[in-house]
Write a protein that binds this ligand. Structure first.
Ligand code: ADP
Length: 672
């Protein structure tokens, strides 16, 4: 995968339409050709069948002629008289409609006996048999020559009703020894031959006729459907002495559009093919639409990725980078080509952390999921500069629901770090300012407090000087008083020094180290200062430390400041004429049970002041909120910050019988 997915080029509509038209044209041409070929095939089939039928018909007729010749021959077996022969011949004709007359003639062709078919009026009645002898003579001459049945060409015999009949003579020589003793002459009516000798299926479907060489019809059976395409087949029927042409015209193969099943099948398949092509076309259109929609989505996604300021990086399960977005490339200063396909160590890993990062990746590949909220890391730009990043990782799941890698979103948090640093420095400055403000406030108290020891010192010094003015004797005389005065001076100087030192310590101590401190030590550190103010405001200070409480683990200076602030607030709350009982109580006790695996101590600072008004309560911890003319409004917000930094909580409640109690917790040191 590249940073930029190429947008698919929209295919030219003109070209696509031309292709589709060509395909359609080809398909239509192919189908038309198929239908045409199927038609030709069908016609061929019909022709072949017709030719087979006509050949069968010819062989049927030929076989019937042979059988008839044998039947006629049989009439002579019993050596008949002309009369008995006539009876036999009549019964023979009864069974053979196609023969209209049989004659028995002697060797000179003189008639001995003759019988006409009972099925029609005798054929030769109108014209007379004597007129029509030439064909008989020809046939018998042939018969004698071949010593077997012979036929003569057919001829037309007019009838009395104006019509006529086409007949053909058969001459059968009768042998006696080697001599011809006579002839049997049978006259076939060609029309009846077609009617009587052919099988029904053939005659039902076809028009059958005997024709002359030039196509003139001699006899016809069946009537074709006129106006339709007609298939015809000819077959020569060679008979001894003559040749007949049997012609068959079929109307079965009318040129329908679907002449048979094959064509219908081909047509149906063609329709199916066209439908499939149409469906394919529809499908293609849908596909093109989906493709163009996909292209839009891809373009949208690309625009979105390019506009992101968050770096995106995808890696496969082996740790090879498979995708990076422009923001990531910009962040690390490497181009996409330099990053893609890279496995650990990545070029943007600081060399000294490579092993650590690799271990982390290995553990993640082993199935340990990264934290949902992300983790911080340090990356190195191409120019070698380092910057902190926040990496948020999620599993990359493909369409089949299988994890194929990891997708990471990376945020350059150097700016955030800078702001945090600024704010931390600001906070520190604020704390220092607050301390200075407290000190400023105390300066007046200090001057008052220092006045006392200084006045005492100057008093003792003045007294001592007076005693010394009388000379060495006086000094000796009053040596005891002088010593006492000096002691007092030293004491008062020491006290003044202590006062100054406690303020100095408070302002200068900045060490942030957490250490185990006994609660008593914390109170001892602040009490001189508390007493200073307490004396001025006529407040009684009371401390109660539960016996056996463990030391507390804290930043000593800060916690002292919390105590000092709370005590100062408490004393100021009792500064009013209406407050009669002024007592400040600082208590320390151990809390029962443990929380977060630690034991906890509770510090409380209680006063008997006027309490906190409900509207003040809401804003108590807001920085710069104060109700005092000279107040800074920073004390409580600082206190809470400090306590929370130690993992504890600062709360307040109403005190009994009146006033307020501030409570905060701090962790106990494990060391007893
Ligand atoms: P400051 O003392 O400079 O005003 P703080 O943050 O220490 O700032 O206190 C904010 C306000 O909370 C005070 O002005 C005061 O009105 C109120 N307050 C603090 N402690 C007490 C208390 N013990 N009793 C009554 N009001 C208090």
């Amino acid at each position: 995968m590249k940073t930029a997915l190429p947008a698919p080029r929209p295919p030219s509509t003109l070209r696509r339409n031309a292709l589709w038209s060509a395909l359609l044209l080809l398909v239509v041409a192919l189908l038309a050709m198929l239908v045409w070929l199927a038609g030709i095939y069908e016609a061929n089939q019909v022709q072949i069948r017709l030719e087979r039928d006509v050949a069968e018909a010819v062989s049927d007729i030929r076989a019937a002629f042979v059988r008839n010749a044998q039947g006629l021959q049989a009439l002579q077996y019993s050596d008949p008289t002309p009369n008995s022969w006539a009876i036999e011949a009549a019964s023979f004709l009864h069974e053979h409609r196609e023969i209209v007359r049989v004659e028995w003639r002697d060797s000179a062709l003189r008639p001995l006996s003759q019988v006409d078919t009972p099925f029609r009026t005798p054929v030769f009645d109108h014209v007379g048999r004597a007129e029509l002898q030439s064909e008989v003579v020809l046939a018998c001459a042939n018969a004698r020559r071949v010593s077997g049945p012979a036929y003569a060409s057919s001829y037309f015999v007019p009838l009395s009703d104006g019509l006529g009949v086409e007949v053909m003579e058969l001459c059968l020589p009768l042998q006696k020894g080697s001599k011809v003793s006579g002839y049997l002459i049978a006259t076939y009516a060609l029309q009846e031959v077609l009617t009587g000798l052919l099988a029904r299926p053939i005659t039902r479907n076809n028009e059958i006729s005997f024709t002359e060489g030039d196509g003139t019809r001699l006899a016809l059976f069946g009537a074709g459907r006129r106006g339709s395409r007609v298939f015809s087949a000819h077959q020569l029927m060679d008979l001894p002495g003559t040749t007949l042409v049997l012609r068959m015209d079929s109307w079965r193969a009318a040129p329908d559009l679907f002449p048979n099943v094959l064509t219908a099948l081909v047509t149906a398949m063609s329709i199916a093919l066209v439908s499939v092509v149409a469906l394919l076309g529809k499908d293609m259109r849908r596909r093109f639409k989906a493709e163009s929609e996909l292209a839009d989505v891809l373009a949208f996604r690309k625009a979105m990725e390019d506009s992101l300021v968050t770096g995106l990086r995808a890696r496969d399960l082996q740790g090879h980078t498979t995708y990076v977005n422009p923001a990531f490339c910009q962040m690390v200063g490497f181009s996409a080509d330099e990053l893609l396909g890279h496995s650990a160590p990545a070029p943007y890993w600081p060399p000294e952390s490579g092993e650590e990062y690799r271990q982390y990746e290995l553990s993640r590949q082993a199935g340990r999921a990264p934290p949902r909220e992300g983790y911080e890391s340090i990356y190195q730009r191409k120019d070698g500069s380092r910057f902190p990043v926040l990496v948020i990782e999620a599993a990359l799941i493909n369409a089949q629901g299988v994890q194929t890698g990891w997708m990471s979103a990376l945020l350059d948090i150097s700016e955030q770090r800078r702001v945090e640093e600024l704010s931390r420095a600001g906070q520190e400055r604020l704390q220092a300012t607050a301390r200075l403000a407290t000190v400023g406030e105390m300066a007046s108290l200090l001057s008052h407090e220092l006045n006392q020891p200084l006045a005492a010192i100057s008093g003792y010094a003045a007294g001592s000087l007076n005693l010394l003015r009388d000379g060495p004797q006086g000094a000796l005389e009053f040596s005891a008083e002088l010593t006492l005065a000096m002691q007092r001076i030293a004491e008062q100087a020491e006290r003044a020094g202590k006062v100054i030192k406690s303020v100095h310590d408070y302002v200068r101590r900045r060490d942030q180290v957490r250490q185990a401190v006994a609660p008593q030590a914390l109170l001892d550190a602040i009490l001189p200062l508390v007493h200073l103010q307490a004396r001025q405001l006529a407040v009684r200070v009371q401390t109660e430390i539960e016996p056996g409480v463990p030391p507390v683990l804290c930043d000593r200076t800060m916690v002292e400041q919390v105590l000092l602030n709370l005590a100062r607030n408490a004393m100021q709350a009792m500064d009013g004429p209406q407050i009669k009982e002024r007592c400040l109580t600082i208590r320390v006790r151990a809390l029962k049970g443990s929380r977060a695996g630690k034991n906890w101590l509770e510090f409380s600072v209680a006063d008997l002041g006027q309490g906190i008004a409900p509207d003040v309560r809401e804003q108590l911890f807001n920085p710069f909120f104060t109700t005092k003319a000279e107040g800074m409004g920073l004390g409580l917000s600082l206190c809470r910050t400090v306590v929370e930094q130690h993992g504890g909580a600062l709360e307040f409640a109403a005190n009994r019988p009146q006033g307020t109690v501030f409570l905060f917790t701090l962790p106990a040191s494990a060391v007893a």
